[in-house]
Design a protein around this ligand. Sequence first.
Ligand SMILES: Nc1ncnc2c1ncn2[C@@H]1O[C@H](COP(=O)(O)OP(=O)(O)O)[C@@H](O)[C@H]1O
Ligand SMILES: [Mg+2]
Length: 252
Amino acid sequence: MAKKLAVVIRKGGSGKTTTTTNLAAGLSQKGCRVLMVDIDSQANATKGVGLIVENLKYTLNDVFAGRVTSIRDAIAPNSFGLHVLSGHRDLSQTEQGMVGNPDSLWRLKEILAEVENDYDFIVVDTPPNEGMLTYSALLAADRVIIPVAAESFTDDGLAAAMAMIGRVQQRSNPQLAVDGILFTKTDRTQFREVLSDDLTANYSALIYPFDVPRGTHVNHANSLGVPIVLYMPSHPAAVGYSKLVERIRNNG
Ligand SMILES: Nc1ncnc2c1ncn2[C@@H]1O[C@H](COP(=O)(O)OP(=O)(O)O)[C@@H](O)[C@H]1O
Ligand SMILES: [Mg+2]
């Protein structure tokens, strides 16, 4: 049965999508069977692994809408062996339809349950908000990765994410655990020294002992649809993501 990881924090630009695509691509490159799930209406993770949404017959949104007979019909393989349940701009509309229907929060978990025996890992990219879709990802997941961009150490996105995860654990998914907090877009090796005392005091046990440096090639790789771990494996950001891949693989 697949281990299910959600990459979550409400602040946009934190590196959720880049973390998702690199983790999924890196695990797949190591021979793991990986399904990447894009629940963001921006579909950036889908694009980030080289798929063009308009060319796909079905996306995750069609699964939510009941337009596929089997979920497998909506799973597209990309050029480097990753399986993708793609995002679509209409997911935001689908999310609006979920309001006032608590059962719909469990739909993603049900969808993934149908295919979880086919994979070693399912990695879910989430939208930059704490809406129904993000909540449903936390109901479906075993573990959460929280990326925090180095420029936003003072932002409350991290505290909000921890609070949301706590609510989900208490109410609905007690086995949900934070795998770790990943610092992204770091720009100096000694950045840990300038982390606020609050942050280190509250979360030090959860902060991964590696980070993902900022680099323009990361953005370039994303726009080419090839995650940096594959595009330029020696790049410091790729090295950081490879450490994440190894950690997730070994804890698998
Ligand atoms: N390590 C990095 N170095 C440079 N740019 C990055 C890095 N990680 C992400 N980016 C860029 O920052 C922007 C936001 O990253 P993204 O992964 O889309 O974050 P989120 O999904 O949280 O909004 C994107 O343009 C992405 O290409
Ligand atoms: Mg994103």
